[in-house]
Structure formats: structure tokens, C-alpha cells
Design a protein around this ligand. Sequence first.
Ligand code: FES
Ligand SMILES: [Fe+2]
Length: 355
Amino acid sequence: MTRSLAKPAQRSELPGRYYTDPEIYAREFKTLWRHTWQWVGRVEELTNPGDYLTAILGEEPIFVIREADGNLRAMHNVCPHRGARLLTEAQGNCKKLQCPYHAWIFETDGSLRAVLHPQWFPDLDKSKIRLSPARVDTWGGFVFINPDPEGESLLEYLAGYPEYLSGWNHRFEDLREVNRTVYEDNVNWKFLVENYVEDYHFSVAHAKSLVPMFDVQNIRTVPTGRHIPIHVPYSEIPPTEPAQLRNWEKGTISYQGFIFPNMMINTGPDGASIWRVIPLGPERTRLETINYQTPAHYAKMPYIHESWGQVMEEDFAVVRLLQKGVNSRAYQVSQLAVEHELGVAHFHKVLGEYL
Ligand code: FES
Ligand SMILES: [Fe+2]
């Protein structure tokens, strides 16, 4: 386990063009998204042999499949014949993989089983052709894929994050999806992350939505590895709004935070809300927010859809302001608040190692 306590930076040097430039965006694909572990789904979506999920990590089409022996296997979703996308659905079940272009057939372990009109390929050695491997691993019921077949394990990559979350008195393995909401907006993905990892904006943007629930003075940001756990204590005095009271828990904390490069976890008394940031272009980003509850949560407090909607509106409104300023010749980040903007400094530092 690596654990680094970054000092709060006074300044950040990430230039404005990093939030608009297609060249930087392309470089992020090559150096960052291609080599990091990213969350793609849940193990309960891959229960039976042949169950698969597809995803695009940066610009890497990938899939993960449950094999007959029960293991998960991840591979690049690209046919080695001429490069066509192999699996075209978001998820499904198959016993073998057949390319939709010229019908080559692959086993679920990636080996080539058969080609159409084999007599037209006199030199083909089937044993030399297979789907390109990626890596898959799980933690807490979450399935992570790394497009890079080599490098540190998921557990090394997570660098103490699971230990941080073990403070929550529920098992992440027991979570089941109860709601999914997707947002898309004209902002760079990094601005969404930066806004998430700082709490300096809470008393302005979330004065009515979050401030009554949380002790915002005492939020603590404690980076570990590339990631940014954020300890958010609940307020001493219970909020008066029923919806806020439901998400409030006396004397404990909400375990929140960011797993680099694009996952956010937020625990609460009624379950966990887990978010995924997906870049769609230099100035276009999708945010998927998925709510989970354990059976115990569900029995006690069935999920109510509205709980995060208002906060999201407030966050997108301020992130759009950042995107509007970034092309100005006057754009700068002159100072970052001690502690309460520490997450931004840490995110920039980690980005700098990739870019
Ligand atoms: S591209 Fe897949 S069989 Fe031709
Ligand atoms: Fe916010």
C-alpha cells in the first residue's frame, strides 16, 4: 500500500488549453486512459458463463466476459482480421464470438476457432491469431478493466482506497443497482473532476442542498496514491428538510472521494451513489450516476430518485462557468485554498505524471 499525503499547492500550472485542445485530449487517450484501471460494471451483471459487458475506455473498445470455468476475462473488442468491432451490444450473453464483418469465430478465451472459406487463407496459422488481451479484476463487487496487459495489479493501483472505504458499515459486495441517471454537458472531463474533489464551493453552490446536512468546515481531503478520499462529517444539528434528513446520519461521516481517473464514490445512510466520468470530446463529457442499495438499505429506506438531482444541477452550473473562462487570455489559477482545494492540486499533480 502506498500512501502519500500531498502538501496543499499554492498554485496550479495546468494551462487553459488542456481543457479545450484536441491534441491534449488525444494525448490523454494514449498516455492515461490506455494505462489505468477503470470501473466498467458490477459482478452481478456477469453471473452466467458467456455474460459480457462492453465499454470504451478512452478510445479503447474493450469487453469482459464470464468464461465457462467461472473466471472473468477482458479483451480488446477489435477483430484481428481487419479490425472491426466484434461485440456491438452494451451487454449480452454468447458462447462464442462471431465477427459481424466476415464471420470469423473466436472462443471466449480469445483463440480463433474458425474462419469463413478457409481455403481462401492457404497460409493462415489459426494458433497464431487471437484477440488482444486486457486485464480484469474486481474489488467490492466492482469490475475494473485495464486496457494495458501489463503493469501494477488493481489492488496496488487502488493504493489504500479499499481500506478507507472499509469504515462504512456496509459491504460493497452487497450493493445492487436501484437507479441510473446520465448527464451530458459541454465541459471538459477534468473540470468535472476538479469540482468534485474540492469542497470550497459547498457554502456557495450548495448552500441549501448540502450545507444543512454536512459539517462543511471539517471536511478532510486525504490523497492516497493517485486517488482522493474525502471524509465528509454530517452536521451536528439534523437538517429540517425530510429528504436531507434521510441522507443524514448523526455522529458519522459520508465516505466520499475520487478514484483516478474517473470514478467517484459517495456513501450515505440509504446506500451509495457511484459516478463515472466519460470524456466524449475535448469540451463534451458524460456523467453517469448509479445508485446502489444493499437489501438491508432497501428494506429500511427504498431509494428515492430526487436525492442527488438538485446537487447535480448546482455543480453543472458552476463547471460550465469554468469552461466559459478557459479560453480567455486572462484564464489562470492563481491560488488554491489550503485543505479545501487540496484535491485539485493532487489531481493536477497526478495528471502531470501522465501528460
Ligand atoms: S474484420 Fe472480423 S472477420 Fe473480418
Ligand atoms: Fe459540488
